[in-house]
Design a protein around this ligand. Structure first.
Ligand code: URA
Length: 203
């Protein structure tokens, strides 16, 4: 699909969404139910970038609607930010999984797969024109910045892309869900603190 330069952004975004449904630049598209485009307003203050759709997102065609999405929504709520006020998307557009019996178990996308997918993200950024970006986890941080990022060291900090767009890096909500239950409240507080940095003007 060719996105026309003169198309209005919303139309161009639907063109992009249609294009990613056909994408077979890596093997993931053939095994997934559908590609998952981003969603949210144009020119938002923030665009949040996750890793890839999970089971629920793959079935429903929307980003962050499963368990990680619920945690993300709780964090936004704690910050008093409406989900509809921000743009939410992913670095990789098709669900990567491994079959265990009938269950589809999440597998981290390879760097090659993330690279094959990164043009969708770049085109989305160019059309949506967020004021700043938030990378949820290492896959998103690497796709957005072009180099591997030590998320635990860089969390809560603003980094800058070659095009001048700022990227705040934090953990992926799924990483919080994998912690032992007794560690989750503190981890959630820390996650919310990172995100609160994205809401205040950067230096
Ligand atoms: N995890 C992600 O990174 N993205 C989603 O959309 C859902 C879970």
């Amino acid at each position: 699909v060719v996105v026309q330069a003169d198309a209005v952004p919303a139309d161009a975004l639907s063109g992009l969404a249609a294009g990613m449904q056909q994408c077979r630049a890596c093997p993931l598209g053939a095994a997934a139910t559908q590609a998952v485009p981003g969603e949210g307003p144009m020119q938002p203050s923030l665009m949040f970038v996750g890793e890839q759709p999970g089971e629920q997102e793959d079935l429903r065609g929307r980003p962050f609607v499963g368990p990680a999405g619920q945690l993300f929504d709780r964090a936004l709520q704690a910050l008093g930010v409406a989900r509809t006020a921000v743009y939410v998307t992913n670095a990789v557009r098709h669900f990567k999984y491994e079959l265990r019996g009938r269950r589809r178990i999440h597998k981290t996308p390879s760097q090659q797969e993330a690279l094959a997918c990164s043009h969708w993200l770049e085109e989305e950024i160019a059309l949506v024109r967020p004021r700043a970006l938030v990378a949820l986890g290492g896959t998103a941080a690497r796709s957005l910045l072009g180099y591997p990022v030590a998320v635990l060291q860089e969390r809560g900090r603003w980094l800058e892309r070659a095009d001048g767009l700022r990227v705040l890096v934090t953990l992926h909500p799924s990483a919080l869900l994998r912690l032992p239950p007794q560690e989750q409240p503190q981890a959630f507080e820390d996650f919310v603190r990172d995100l609160s940095g994205a809401l205040s003007p950067s230096p």
